[in-house]
Design a protein around this ligand. Structure first.
Ligand code: PGA
Length: 228
């Protein structure tokens, strides 16, 4: 049977993913482990810089990240859009406005991710392009902590729309010009390293799951527009 054949796939799978992918990847591991009971998985979640470091030290089989390293030779495959949007508490006065000029963000206390975060870098780049200087009230090293701070009324922030799931009720996404920042999730692995059968199996599984996820949620399955 298929189950018996799947049972033959044995071994270790070492994954490392950026923080925003933790809202997507672990959920999919359940069905994957049921399909392939012989595969043991370790999953590391870290920021962009942490992923680069792990990659340099050859610590994992596959990486999921939003920005392919520029100075490393890697194989990569885009598989899902990762839009960065402006989060506010649900009853924020700007929540009802349309086409909010980006400069308006300078009037609001802002919450920023830590240095080394890809989200932070993308947000900073957009603000720099438009000469926008926000008032950073708080710097936090976790998307989840930022969400709590937003819900607590401490300020606004820019986060991946994936971090919203599944709880939408406490937040609104503001309609600010130049947003969403278009980013993409890539599956990445160093070319010098042949993908194991186990890693290849996961790779294919994830591509298919992303496709299904896109159909169910309205997230685009990778669109080729890149502005980062
Ligand atoms: P981060 O990763 O956790 O480093 O912000 C997200 C990204 O790079 O899109």
């Amino acid at each position: 049977t298929v189950a018996d054949l799947n049972g033959l796939k044995q071994g270790q799978l070492r994954l490392a993913v950026i923080t925003t992918a933790k809202y997507f990847v672990p959920r999919l591991l359940g069905p994957f482990c049921q399909l392939y009971p012989g595969i043991e998985i370790s999953l590391q979640v870290t920021n962009h810089e942490g992923i680069l470091e792990r990659m340099l030290n050859n610590m994992d089989d596959l990486y999921i990240m939003s920005q392919v390293p520029e100075n490393l030779d890697v194989n990569y495959e885009p598989f899902l859009d990762n839009p960065l949007v402006v989060f506010a508490p649900v009853n924020h006065p700007l929540a009802k406005e349309k086409n909010i000029p980006i400069e308006r963000l300078t009037n609001e206390p802002f919450i920023m991710r830590e240095p080394g975060s890809g989200t932070r870098r993308a947000v900073q780049q957009l603000f720099d392009e438009h000469g926008v200087k926000v008032k950073v009230k708080l710097e936090l090293g976790s998307n989840e902590a930022i969400k709590q701070a937003i819900a607590g009324g401490l300020g606004l922030s820019v986060l991946s729309r994936h971090t919203l799931m599944p709880d939408t009720s406490e937040f609104s996404i503001l309609d600010v010009e130049h947003f969403p920042i278009k980013r993409t999730w890539y599956m990445v692995h160093p070319p010098g390293k042949q993908l194991s059968i186990v890693a290849r199996t996961y790779y294919e599984y994830l591509l298919e799951a992303a496709q299904k996820f896109a159909e169910e949620t309205g997230f685009a399955a990778y669109s080729p527009v890149e502005n980062i």
